[in-house]
Design a binder for this molecule. Structure first.
Ligand code: BV8
Ligand code: ZN
Length: 280
């Protein structure tokens, strides 16, 4: 969907967004005020923003056949070396679920937000492509993309999961090594440039909007607190604040991302002209 389409589509929702999250008005107003005044907003997302699109979060218990496996145990190079076809099948199922999913109101509200703030950086821990499909440009996908597979020998070959078999890890057409999901597994280093860009934006931003993450997986998990320690306002959006940090520079907005984000973006920018899009 072209950005201006998703923007226009969402702009219509500004007035219509009256299903309210239960966030205290003052917290929402504080957050909206910070966004309105912001020069540079970092948006940081975890699995919670895609949950309402039907993409299971990492902590959702695995269903059916997969219930006996712990996601953390499957998402490792050792698991792939031990059982390539089992790991490949798990990713094929997850990649198909992402293909069938659609961006939700939370993704679209962020795309609208990007049209209003002078500078924005989107950092995602998610491996789905829903931000891009909602019109967001250049997301820093710290943990890779489940839409593709790459050569495990690093020869550079890359294929779409949609074009690959579902339960047998294929061999690279270029060098015959096994193909593997194009994601970062536990125990693997993140792409140094992506991480450096994410850290630089975290240090430069004046508002850090952290959405739908349990803040467990490092090094991404520390980004919100690095932002706070450098004077940014950290807005936390999560369906539950259990286990989430609080503090003087942290604004907690408890609720579903698909309800809170449209409300927040409406409060922050209604009456403002976007920097681009049909109504600019
Ligand atoms: C690294 C891709 C250096 C794969 C992912 C021992 C050995 C080696 C490393 C470690 C070790 N011990 C610790 C580490 C570091 C390790 C780590 O952090 N482990 C954790 C478990 C403690 N990190 C790494 O290994 C990283 N690399 O450190 O390299 C190194 C190298 C070698 C040796 C040492 C160090 C690599 C980490 C990347 C892992 N790959 N994904 C795949 O997807 O299959 S991470 C994966 O889990 C996801 O991508 C995601 O990032 C993460 C889960 O986090 P969340 O997104 O937060 O999701 P979660 O389900 O947890 O929470 C959802 C949240 O949403 C909840 O809060 C919920 O309340 C909320 N929510 C739900 N619905 C909604 C909602 N909120 C709002 N609205 C809703 N509707
Ligand atoms: Zn190869």
């Amino acid at each position: 969907m072209a950005r201006s389409d998703s923007f226009r589509l969402h702009a219509k929702r500004f007035a219509a967004t009256n299903r309210g999250p239960s966030v205290p008005v003052n917290a929402m107003e504080t957050a909206a005020k910070a966004l309105r005044a912001a020069e540079h907003v970092c948006v940081f997302t975890g699995a919670g923003i895609s949950a309402e699109s039907g993409v299971p979060t990492f902590r959702d218990a695995q269903s059916g056949l997969w219930s006996k496996y712990n996601a953390h145990e499957l998402a490792t190079p050792e698991a792939f070396a031990r059982s390539p076809n089992l790991v490949w099948s798990w990713y094929s199922i997850r990649a198909a679920a992402v293909r069938d999913a659609r961006p939700n109101e939370g993704h679209l509200a962020l795309t609208t937000l990007f049209a209003y703030v002078p500078h924005s950086t989107l950092i995602t821990q998610n491996v789905d492509d829903l931000h891009a499909r909602a019109g967001a440009e250049h997301p820093l996908a710290l943990h890779g993309n489940i839409t593709h597979a790459r050569c495990s020998a690093g020869c550079g070959a890359r294929i779409a999961f949609a074009d690959a078999p579902t339960n047998v890890a294929p061999h690279c057409g270029n060098c015959t090594a096994l193909m593997r999901p194009d994601v970062v597994w536990f125990g693997e280093m993140l792409d140094a440039d992506l991480l450096e860009n994410a850290r630089a934006a975290t240090l430069a931003c004046d508002v850090f909007l952290s959405i739908g993450t349990s803040n467990v997986v490092e090094p991404a998990a520390s980004l919100p607190w690095i932002a706070a320690s450098h004077g940014a306002t950290v807005i936390v959006v999560n369906k539950s604040m259990q286990g989430q940090r609080s503090g003087p520079s942290i604004v907690q907005l408890e609720g579903m991302a698909g309800a809170v984000l449209p409300k927040l973006v409406t409060m922050a920018f209604q009456g403002r002209k976007p920097r681009y899009g049909e109504d600019s």
